[in-house]
Design a protein around this ligand. Structure first.
Ligand SMILES: *Cc1c(COP(=O)(O)O)cnc(C)c1O
Length: 452
């Protein structure tokens, strides 16, 4: 019998995260203080984040950073996640390619987001913080952080993008079940929310706006910090547990990936699966390709510009050097809510600029078509976000077939879609569309960037 799934024993769960910045020849440009426009120091971030996370954010020297014992204990609830050979999908595509996926959907909350949520909640608790805030798009990060907050005895308030609050009521219920307070964003509870609602009363919300609201609440509440589920360097760091495991599991399978694929929102699951493999490309040992699959309707890598921009709508965050569509970009209401973000993390942006990775834009209908083929061949209904990675994987596998090459493809299944069935319903009943985005709209948005 052929082996289908590869697991690591508990003792093999990584003891340290991988900090790729230490190995990068061209380091990411510095983040800038939004007031002074000077390069950011860890202390500048103390008002917003737990201090240890501020240091991780700007750490450019330590290649490996120890995973605290308490976090590793909780990782054991679901790690290692399986590495799976997608024999069913390979057969349906009649491809000579070998397709593997890392199944992060088996986490208790159904996505990779828990890898960083547990770490962030741990550091907050350790530093004596009692309350945390965050935003959530599709609800995956909010769900992960709700569980993590409860695990470490923290109170959590979540600003949930209004369109998702309405489209995904069960994610809200999950957060509430874990004990979090959930507020649809934009809301009247913050200055940032009130301003947007006054200007655009029917605004359905965006991640950028929800971030502004969550930061504002954290800054105005004593003993309260903000947490973010993607984009920032420390989140990418925590997610490398995915790729570090996958590296060992691919070795168990006797293979090494020629292509690594992941869907792309702010870049955390992409970074998580990619960076440990990318380190062998940076050192010149391997020549793996890395493909980020983003929605064609929110194309920061494939059609955005590189420049300094804010991470949020209101401009509370530091200025980040990144590929962006402009922090005021309002993405189409695609069902992959977790990919509706205007920018790419600074590490990934630098790697992309240096041609160490690639990006493809996936149309909404193509993503669901791919997700349905995957469901029917592998028995797992993927998150609408993950469907983008599957669509890009299928493209690679079909290319291999055309060229008659036997390549090994590894993709990250970032989450399952069992709480996203309204999205599949809409697709199956023909109610979903592809969104076209004109060059003029993109140009107009980035025209307003702070610096170029
Ligand atoms: C949040 C999310 C994403 C996108 O975020 P990244 O930071 O780019 O990984 C992708 N898939 C799932 C299931 C998510 O919850």
């Amino acid at each position: 019998m052929k082996t289908k799934r590869f697991f690591l024993p508990e003792s093999e769960i990584p003891a340290a995260w991988y900090n790729i910045v230490a190995d990068m020849k061209n380091k990411p440009l510095p983040m800038l203080h939004p007031g002074t426009k000077q390069a950011l120091h860890p202390e500048d971030l103390y008002p917003i984040f737990a201090q240890e996370l501020c240091h991780q954010e700007l750490n450019q020297t330590d290649r490996f950073i120890e995973i605290p014992e308490e976090v590793r204990e909780l990782y054991k609830n679901y790690r290692s996640t399986p590495l799976v050979r997608a024999y069913g999908l390979e057969k349906a595509l009649d491809t000579p390619a070998h397709i593997y996926f890392k199944n992060e959907s088996v986490s208790p909350v159904g996505s990779h987001k828990l890898n960083s949520a547990l770490a962030q909640a741990y550091y907050c608790k350790k530093e004596g913080i009692t309350n945390i805030t965050t935003e959530t798009g599709a609800g995956q990060w909010g769900a992960a952080l709700s569980y993590a907050a409860k695990a470490f005895g923290l109170e959590l308030a979540v600003y949930m993008v209004k369109v998702s609050y309405e489209q995904k009521p069960y994610r809200r219920s999950i957060m509430q079940t874990f004990g979090a307070l959930v507020i649809p964003s934009p809301s009247m509870s913050t200055k940032a929310g009130r301003k947007i609602l006054t200007d655009h009363p029917n605004y359905q919300g965006s991640l950028g706006t929800a971030i502004s609201e969550a930061i504002e609440l954290a800054m105005q509440t004593p003993n309260c910090k903000y947490t973010l589920g993607s984009v920032l360097n420390h989140v990418m760091l925590h997610q490398t547990v995915i790729g570090l495991e996958a590296e060992k599991q691919m070795a168990m399978a006797g293979e090494y990936p020629d292509v690594v694929v992941a869907c792309f929102g702010g870049g955390s699951n992409f970074s998580g699966i990619s960076f440990p493999f990318l380190r062998h490309k940076l050192s010149g040992e391997k020549n793996t390709r890395f493909v980020a699959a983003e929605p064609a309707s929110c194309p920061k890598l494939t059609r955005g510009v590189f420049g300094y921009d804010f991470g949020d709508e209101a401009g509370y965050t530091p200025l980040l050097p990144m590929f962006t569509l402009g922090h005021n970009f309002s993405p189409a209401h695609i069902h992959a809510g977790g990919l509706r973000y205007h920018g790419a993390g600074t590490i990934v942006s630098q790697l992309f600029k240096d041609n160490l990775m690639e990006a493809v834009g996936i149309k909404q209908l193509d993503s669901f078509r791919a997700g349905i083929l995957f469901s029917q061949t592998e028995g797992i209904i993927p998150a609408p976000e993950s469907c983008h990675a599957i669509a890009a994987t299928i493209q690679e596998a079909l290319k291999a077939k055309e060229e008659g090459t036997r390549k090994t493809i590894l993709f990250n299944l970032s989450g399952h879609g069992l709480i996203d069935m309204t999205a599949f319903d809409a697709y199956l009943s023909g109610d979903l569309y592809n969104y076209e985005l004109s060059d003029e709209v993109i140009k107009e948005n980035v025209r307003q960037l702070e610096l170029k």
